[in-house]
Write a protein that binds this ligand. Structure first.
Ligand code: NAD
Length: 498
C-alpha cells in the first residue's frame, strides 16, 4: 500500500489517545487538524481533558511499579528500543507523510527526520540501557574503629535509578523526532512516560503509540495524550504524581511550566527557544559557507529551534555574502511538502504566519534593507517568502526576538572581539556557528560564545552522542548524550559497614 493510501485510511476515523495500552476517545472532545499548505481539514484527533491526564499518569505509575517493567533486565529494554528503531524505519514513509501533511515540511526532509534520524537515535539509547552505572567510592573519613586485617570497614557505592513517571511535552515542529527524542532516553533510563504532543500535530506521535505496542513495551509504559497546552499540558506540568517534566517549546511557555512544576518539586528539563548567531570570517570558504547559511535558517521554513537567524559577516565579504544568500533564497520553490520540487513549505498556522509578517512589516517600516523576500504568498496556505534582511539597528525586535519563520538578519562586523560581543548580545543561548579557515579563530570563538552548541564550518550537525540544550533563557539541562540519559535518573548513595 502506498504511504498516501495508508495515511488516508489512518485518517478516516478520529484518532484516539493511548492510555494504559488502551485506545480511548478521552473526555476533552476532538480537534480538527489542518494541512498548513492548503488550510484544509485533514482529520481529527482526540483532545485530553484533565481527567485523561490523571488516568494517563496513573497508568504510567502502575507500569513503573509493575515488575514487568521495573524488573525487566536492561538488555530486554534495549532489545525493545532496538525493535522500535526497526519499526520506525519500516514505517518511515507513513510517519513522514503524516508530518508533511500536518506540519508542512517537505517530504524529503520529513523522510530523514522520521526514519533514519530517529531510528539511529533509538539505537543509541538502546545502547545506554546496559550502561547506566553507579560508582564505588573510598570513604575518606578516618575510621576510629579497630581495623581488621582487611583494611577499611565500609563499602560505599552509588546506584543510578530511574526517576519514575516522566511527563513529556513536545512542540509542533518536527513531530516524530520530538516525540522520540522524549521517549527514547526516558525508556532507556527505565522510566515510564506520559507524552503530550502539540495539539496542532499529534498524528505521528499517535501512530508511534501503535509501534510501541508492536515493539512489545508493556501497557502503560508510554501513554500518548494529545491536548491543548492550557488544559492538558498545564495539568501534566502541575501533576503531583509526575516525577519529571521534560518540556520542549517556547521560552515563555517553559517559564510557565517551571512555575507549574514547583508544587511537588518535580525535576524540570527545558529545551527552549533561540536566536542563534553564526559568525562568518573573511577567511571562510564562501562557496560552501553561503549554501550552509541558507540551509541553517530556512530549513523547515525557519521553524527549527536551532535556526541560525542572526548571521554576522566580516566586513570585507559582507556584500558578497548577503548577495549569495539572497540569491539562494529567491530561488527556493515554495509549495506543498508533497510536491517533490518544494524546497520550502508553509508555516504551521495563520497565527504563526501573521506573527512573522508583523516582524517583517515593522522592519520594512523602520527602513531596514530587505535583500529578498518579505512577503506572504497570495494563495491558500500559510506561506512566507524566504526573507533576508539587513537591519539598521542591532537592537530592533527582528534582531532580538525568536521569530520562528524564514527570516534571516545579516549584519557586518570588523574584529573577532566585536563578533563575539554581537553573538552574545541576546537573552538566548541555544546554538551557534563559526565559519573560518583559521583553527585559532574557530576555537577562540567556540570558547567565548555562550551557547549550548557551537558548530564549526557546518551547522545543526546534531548527533545523539552530543548533548544539546540552552545557556541562559534557552533552557535548563541537556538532552542527548550521557548527560541527557543521566538527567533522567537519580543517584542513590549506599554505605555499608562491613
Ligand atoms: P509552545 O511553547 O507554544 O508549545 C510547546 C508545547 O507546550 C505544546 O505541546 C503546547 O501545547 C504546550 N503548552 C502550551 N502552553 C502550555 C502550558 N501553559 N503548560 C504546559 N504546556 C503548555 O511552542 P511551539 O509553538 O509548539 O513550538 C515552537 C517553540 O519551541 C519555539 O520557541 C522553538 O524554539 C521551541 N523549540 C525548542 C527546541 C529545543 O530543542 N530547544 C526544539 C523545538 C522547538
Amino acid at each position: 500500500m502506498s504511504s498516501e493510501i495508508k495515511v488516508r485510511t489512518y485518517l478516516e476515523k478520529s484518532r484516539p489517545m493511548l492510555i494504559g495500552g488502551q485506545w480511548s476517545e478521552g473526555s476533552g472532545g476532538v480537534q480538527q487538524l489542518i494541512d498548513p499548505a492548503t488550510e484544509q481539514v485533514i482529520g481529527t484527533a482526540a483532545l485530553a481533558a484533565e481527567t485523561d491526564i490523571d488516568l494517563a499518569v496513573a497508568a504510567a505509575r502502575n507500569a513503573f511499579e509493575s515488575p514487568n517493567w521495573r524488573r525487566m533486565p536492561p538488555a530486554d529494554r534495549a532489545q525493545r528500543l532496538w525493535k522500535l528503531a526497526e519499526l520506525v524505519e519500516e514505517n518511515a514513509d507513513e510517519l513522514a507523510y503524516l508530518d508533511t501533511l500536518n506540519e508542512g515540511m517537505p517530504l524529503g526532509l520529513a523522510e530523514f527526520l522520521c526514519g533514519a534520524g530517529p531510528a539511529e537515535a533509538l539505537r543509541y539509547y538502546a545502547g545506554w540501557c546496559t550502561k547506566i552505572e553507579g560508582t564505588t567510592a573510598a570513604i575518606s573519613m578516618p575510621d576510629s574503629r579497630p581495623q581488621g586485617a582487611f583494611g577499611p570497614a565500609y563499602h560505599a557505592y552509588t546506584l543510578r535509578e530511574p526517576l519514575g513517571v516522566v511527563g513529556a511535552i513536545s512542540p509542533w515542529n518536527v513531530p516524530t523526532l520530538m516525540a522520540l527524542a522524549k521517549i527514547g532516553p526516558a525508556l532507556a533510563a527505565g522510566n515510564t512516560v506520559v507524552l503530550k504532543p502539540s495539539e496542532l500535530t499529534p498524528l505521528s506521535a499517535l501512530r508511534l503509540g501503535e509501534l510501541l505496542a508492536e515493539a512489545d513495551f508493556p501497557d502503560g509504559v508510554v501513554n500518548i495524550v494529545p491536548g491543548t497546552g492550557a488544559i492538558a499540558g498545564a495539568h501534566l506540568a502541575a501533576h503531583k504524581d509526575v516525577d519529571m517534566i521534560s518540556f520542549t517549546g517556547s521560552t515563555a511557555t517553559g517559564k510557565e511550566v517551571a512555575r507549574l512544576a514547583i508544587g511537588n518539586l518535580k525535576r524540570v528539563g527545558l529545551e527552549l527557544g533561540g536566536k542563534s548567531p553564526i559568525l562568518v570570517f573573511e577567511d571562510a570558504d564562501l562557496e560552501s559557507t553561503i549554501p550552509a547559511l541558507a540551509e541553517a535558517v530556512f530549513m523547515n521554513s525557519g521553524q527549527i529551534c536551532f535556526a541560525g537567524t542572526r548571521v554576522y559577516v566580516q566586513r570585507g565579504i559582507f556584500e558578497a555574502t548577503v548577495e549569495g544568500v539572497a540569491r539562494i533564497a529567491a530561488a527556493m520553490k515554495l509549495g506543498h511538502g508533497l510536491d517533490p520540487e518544494t524546497a520550502l513549505g508553509p508555516l504551521i498556522s495563520a497565527r504563526q504566519r501573521d506573527g512573522v509578517m508583523q516582524y517583517i512589516e515593522a522592519a520594512r517600516a523602520g527602513g531596514d534593507r530587505i535583500a529578498t523576500g518579505g512577503n506572504r504568498l497570495a494563495r491558500d496556505g500559510f506561506f512566507i517568502e524566504p526573507t533576508v534582511i539587513v537591519p539598521k539597528s542591532i537592537n530592533s525586535a527582528i534582531v532580538r526576538d525568536e521569530i520562528f519563520g524564514p527570516v534571516l538578519c545579516i549584519m557586518p562586523f570588523d574584529t573577532l572581539e566585536e563578533a563575539i560581543a554581537l553573538a552574545n548580545d541576546t537573552p538566548y543561548g541555544l546554538a551557534s556557528g563559526v565559519f573560518t579557515s583559521s583553527l585559532s579563530t574557530a576555537h577562540r570563538a567556540a570558547a567565548e560564545i555562550r551557547a549550548g552548541s557551537v558548530w564549526i564550518n557546518c551547522y545543526a550537525m546534531l548527533d545523539e552522542a552530543m548533548p544539546t540544550g540552552g545557556y541562559r533563557q534557552s533552557g535548563w539541562g541537556r538532552e542527548a548524550g550521557r548527560q541527557g540519559v543521566e538527567e533522567l535518573t537519580q543517584t542513590k548513595s549506599v554505605v555499608a559497614s562491613l
